[in-house]
Design a protein around this ligand. Structure first.
Ligand code: NAD
Ligand code: DAU
Length: 350
């Protein structure tokens, strides 16, 4: 039985990846390693937590001794590494935490894999999940390709770029079998309401202002989270060692246009007259160093590995809003306590 370590599996994307692997591959033993930071939530996995091929391990990837002991005990055959500090705004306030988790944590995992796999790299894989933000910001049209030079602009993207470089360096220097994917903005169920879409859904439901950074002209390329998990599955099984794959939805939206769709969708689903929630839109101080546009060219994974997004955006947004409406307890649990302090620090004086 293959033993696979998935890091960050209690988070947004990680929980969808864990679910997919646990359900689809009964012949794999899936270990979910997560520190359960504010973004990690075992409620994301209640439907699969008692499956015989699933084990949860609470731990910190920054703790090198713990990581080595975990590898010693379980002798993993593969790693799918998603654990990270993932929110750009938090990286602006506290960059050190991002360097610790995203850079030091990744190198701890690489060291453990190198150490325990050194006698035989065959059938082993270190899969590093990364972001399109490493490529920087697009200003004059065009798309990010796998060959686009790295040009990270925020502490978050700089830490992710650094981790990508370490992953490649471990392949080049030690021969570690690695693969990397760089994905665009995800949305869908279980996303923590600090990111644009769930934060705005929550605020619309509570009749709170919708804080649009700057003029709302920034552009993001949105992909439904289950389609990202499907892409990770395809790359894990069919990707070529040493390659990078870009993942995206060919689905660009200006923030303001997306917010209007959200207002319309939520209003319709909760029976408010169309347009009511548009009045909540409030323009606030821009994010420092705000990247203008991200857009992924996902041709390589589509042509070489046969993956493509399964959902149109309107359908995905509808499913996402439905999920938040049906999971009010989940939303209430994560927006009480520390969230209130975060929200006030982040938005009070904007
Ligand atoms: P998330 O913040 O929702 O989840 C991160 C998870 O990692 C949480 O469960 C958290 O508890 C865990 N974690 C954090 N620090 C840890 C540590 N030191 N040790 C162990 N676990 C730790 O993030 P997400 O949005 O699901 O992103 C997952 C990965 O995908 C990240 O690597 C991110 O850079 C990448 N990514 C995200 C997006 C996106 O749109 N959200 C897009 C492309 C790539
Ligand atoms: O592109 C992939 C990246 O997408 C991932 O690597 C990151 O982990 C993920 O957080 C996401 O980064 P963004 O910064 O693009 O996502 P966020 O949801 O924070 O913001 C999306 C856009 O909305 C961005 O232009 C900033 C804007 N925004 C965001 C918030 C939270 C607002 O206007 N107001 C807000 O309150």
């Amino acid at each position: 039985m293959k033993k696979i370590l998935i890091t960050g599996g209690a988070g947004f994307i990680g929980s969808h990846v864990v679910r997919l692997f646990v359900k689809m591959y009964k012949e794999y033993q899936i270990f979910n390693l997560d520190k359960l930071t504010y973004a990690g939530n075992l409620e994301n996995l209640t439907d699969i937590e008692s499956e015989p091929n699933y084990t949860f391990c609470k731990g910190d990837i920054v703790d090198g001794d713990y990581i080595r002991e975990l590898f010693e005990t379980h002798r993993f055959d593969a790693v799918i590494h998603l654990a990270a500090e993932s929110h750009v705004d938090r990286s602006i306030t506290n960059p050190m935490e991002f360097i610790q988790t995203n850079v030091v944590g990744t190198v701890n995992l690489l060291n453990a894999a190198k150490h325990f796999w050194k006698d035989d790299f065959s059938d082993k894989l270190f899969y590093h999940v990364s972001t399109d933000e490493v490529y920087g910001s697009l200003h004059d049209g065009g798309f990010f390709l796998e060959t686009t030079p790295y040009d990270p602009q925020s502490p978050y993207s700089a830490s992710k770029a650094s981790s990508d470089h370490f992953v490649r360096a471990y392949q080049n220097t030690y021969g570690l079998p690695v693969v990397i994917s760089n994905c665009s903005n995800n949305y869908g169920p279980n996303q923590f309401p600090e990111k644009l879409i769930p934060l705005f859904i929550n605020n619309i439901l509570n009749n709170k202002p919708l804080p649009v950074y700057g003029k709302g002209e920034n552009v993001r390329d949105w992909l439904y989270v289950v389609d990202h998990a499907r892409a990770i599955d395809v790359i894990f099984h069919k990707g070529k060692i040493g390659e990078t794959y870009n993942i995206g939805g060919f689905n660009e939206w200006k923030n303001l246009d997306l917010i209007k769709v959200l207002c319309k969708t939520v209003d319709a689903k909760i029976g408010r007259p169309e347009g009511t929630s548009l009045s909540l839109i409030t323009y606030v101080k821009d994010r420092a160093g705000h990247d203008l546009r991200y857009a992924i060219d996902a041709s390589k994974i589509m042509h070489e590995l046969g993956w493509e997004p399964s959902l149109q955006f309107e359908e995905g947004i509808g499913k996402t809003v439905d999920w938040y409406l049906e999971n009010k307890e989940w939303l209430n649990n994560v927006t009480s306590g520390a969230y209130l302090q975060y929200y006030s620090d982040q938005y009070q004086n904007r």
